[in-house]
Design a protein around this ligand. Structure first.
Ligand code: ADP
Ligand code: GLC
Length: 481
């Protein structure tokens, strides 16, 4: 059996703030269980719902020296779908009402997490062949493996992978302080290793020391080799191009299935899509206080309200968009500035625009099911899962051709009728407005053609099967037969 350990800061269903949690919650469970023994390690946040916490058993604990004193390191464990989930326990670090706190403290607690992931392995009697690390929170694991832990025979030969889900976040802090906290010698904080300008950079450490690097779509893999998208690290992706690749994400096609989804009021299949979606539209209109109108085009947004997601463009086109016959439903949390934009728009267009600033699985599923189109004009998008979910629910994505959006949405061609959504390239509000108008025109003037696109969208296969195979091949290649 080959042993794979996934590590990350989030994992569905225990804790989620974004798509990273969806990936860690679904990919490990679909790997071939005849060949791979799989474990997942995340922090034991005290805000993980009680239904899971009560299932966890403490399997080991000890004191370990970290950042100036001895600290408690425990492991709580539970098993789901024959995947073992280990939770690194330390209430001082992982208490609190949100997984991320302030900038400094996040650095300290994820340095602790990285070290703890490696320290607990002997007590668990689990020696992975590969540690698959995800995003900056786990960036120091490949570094520790090849430095502080390298002399210990237990760790020798363990390989590591660093997967980038979002290059925007790198885990930066003053190099001297990071050296002190992490216990990594200051000599490692040079420009060819952990340093960018004055700062220690946890993700960079992972990218330099991991045996392989991946990101979550082929187009994003190409984009981040350029200064425009590379966030200062493009040189590493270019230098390590032969150990670096993009593998597109999938979605959990059991959780996201309009035929069985218990969170939506009316279930539907490809065949009953039109009536099913209309019923869901009427229900959502009622629930959110929108005008009851089964023939109006409804657009949905389920997103972090940040610049990455193209919120700047959306705010600029809102007045023109709302001048058309359309309803807009927004669900998201994020920057106050964008919340204010949507809050005033909801007042300006009562009954036609609903803005919901909360995190809700239930409303999100209901928006995917009720909407005719899904708006996601991201400035950059490593993969994007929301557009994949939208496709599965027959809500046509309106996206910018970047990263995973480019790889997963086929643009509508009015001459051939092909496509699964609408897309544009230039990050410009006039261009977005054009594409919004073209979607509206298609919807109102060619409802049959639009329905055909919706069925085709639902037919796309974005389950994990294909991508899981690519990961398995990479693991095989790294471990050897
Ligand atoms: P990112 O990880 O960059 O935020 P993705 O598209 O990869 O973007 O994943 C976002 C995930 O989070 C999707 O599953 C989406 O449905 C969900 N999501 C985003 N905002 C909310 C919200 N306010 N309520 C419920 N789910 C949300
Ligand atoms: C990040 C990216 C998103 C991607 C997700 C899962 O949050 O912003 O594009 O889908 O990670 O890989």
């Amino acid at each position: 059996m080959k042993k794979i350990l996934f590590t990350a800061s989030e994992c569905v269903p225990f804790i989620k703030t974004g798509g990273l949690a969806d990936v860690i919650g679904s990919l490990p469970a679909v790997l071939d269980r005849e060949k791979f023994e799989v474990r997942v390690m995340i922090p034991a946040y005290t805000i993980i719902p009680e239904q899971y916490r009560s299932e966890m058993k403490t399997v080991c604990y000890f004191q370990s020296f970290f950042n100036g004193r001895d600290r408690y390191v425990g492991v709580k464990e539970l098993v789901r779908d024959s995947v073992i989930y280990d939770f690194i326990d330390n209430e001082e670090y992982f208490g609190g009402s949100y997984p991320y706190t302030d900038y400094y403290y996040d650095i300290e607690k994820f340095c602790f997490f990285c070290k703890a992931v490696l320290s607990v392995l002997p007590s668990l009697g689990f020696r992975p062949d590969i540690i698959h690390c995800n995003d900056w929170h786990t960036g120091l694991i490949p570094v520790y493996l090849k430095t502080e832990f390298a002399a210990d025979p237990f760790y020798q030969g363990i390989k590591s992978i660093m997967t980038v889900h979002n290059l925007k976040f790198q885990g930066l802090f003053n190099a001297k302080v990071m050296s002190q906290i992490s216990g990594l010698p200051i000599e490692l904080f040079t420009i060819d290793k952990l340093l960018t300008y004055e700062d220690g950079n946890m993700l960079k450490g992972g990218l330099v020391y991991a045996d392989k690097i991946t990101t979550v779509s082929e187009t994003y893999a190409e984009e981040i080799k350029t200064p425009e998208y590379g966030e200062g690290l493009d040189g590493i992706f270019r230098a390590r191009w032969h150990e670096f690749r993009g593998i597109v994400n999938g979605i959990d096609d059991v959780v996201f299935d309009p035929a069985t989804d218990s969170l939506i009021p009316h279930r539907y299949t490809r065949r009953t899509m039109l009536t099913g979606k209309t019923k869901n539209k009427l229900s959502l209109q009622k629930k959110l206080g929108l005008e009851q109108d089964d023939s109006v085009m409804m657009m949905g947004i389920v997103s972090r309200l940040t610049e990455q997601k193209g919120m700047e463009l959306i705010s600029r086109v809102l007045p023109e968009l709302m001048a058309s016959r359309v309803q807009l439903v927004v669900l998201g949390t994020g920057e106050a500035h964008y919340e204010n934009v949507f809050r005033s728009a909801a007042q300006a267009y009562p009954g036609r625009l609903s803005a919901n600033f909360t995190y809700s699985e239930e409303i999100s599923h209901q928006i995917y099911a009720a909407s005719d189109a899904f708006l996601m004009p991201s400035r950059f998008e490593p993969c994007g899962l929301s557009q994949l979910i939208a496709l599965r629910y027959g809500s046509l994505p309106i996206v910018r051709e970047t990263g995973g959006l480019k790889d997963t949405v086929i643009p509508y061609n009015q001459y051939t009728g092909e496509g699964t959504g609408f897309s544009f390239l230039f990050y410009d509000s006039a261009v977005l407005l054009d594409i919004l108008r073209s979607a509206l025109k298609t919807y109102y003037e060619n409802r049959k053609g639009y329905a055909k696109l919706q069925r085709r969208a639902m037919d796309q296969d974005f389950s994990w099967a294909a991508s899981a195979k690519v990961y398995e091949e990479m693991y095989d290649e790294m471990i050897g037969e």
